[in-house]
Design a protein around this ligand. Sequence first.
Ligand code: 4NP
Length: 164
Amino acid sequence: MIRVLFVCLGNICRSPMAEFVMKDMVKKRGLEHEFYIASAATSSEETGNPVHHGTRNKLMQYGISTAGKYARKLTKKDYTDYDYLLGMEERNLSNMLRITGGDPKEKMHRLLDFSDNPRDIADPWFTGNFDVTYDDIVEGLEAFLDFLIQENAIPANTQNNGAV
Ligand code: 4NP
């Protein structure tokens, strides 16, 4: 079981988008039983709130529901509970380090650090552009899954029943 926690500032836009798109991707590859996937915030600003309508509307285009997800803050315990804690931007990483007290096992990365073009994922709460967020997140997730295949953590020869 590979445990992945996506982290952003509010846990209502980017990290739940990554959580639910990844759940959909691994299901389409027949790998849902290999993963435990969740998301959390570095701030308590949105704690208890549902996913932002911009993320909900974007994911609805792909038949992906975020029902039942409410924002929660990252805890120190998450560091032991998860294998990968993937932030969306540099600022998330510094806040994640502050909350967990460090990253001795090198579990923390930016999602797009796995891609050929490492960079931050801009916050659509400020930009209003959830299309760019979605494209960036799909690019990062595909690169992350390729990384796990190279690490022999998941099999390469799985069926992909539909592009995301
Ligand atoms: P997210 O977006 O980090 O992608 O969930 C934000 C949501 C809420 C706030 C900031 C960013 N906020 O300041 O409340």
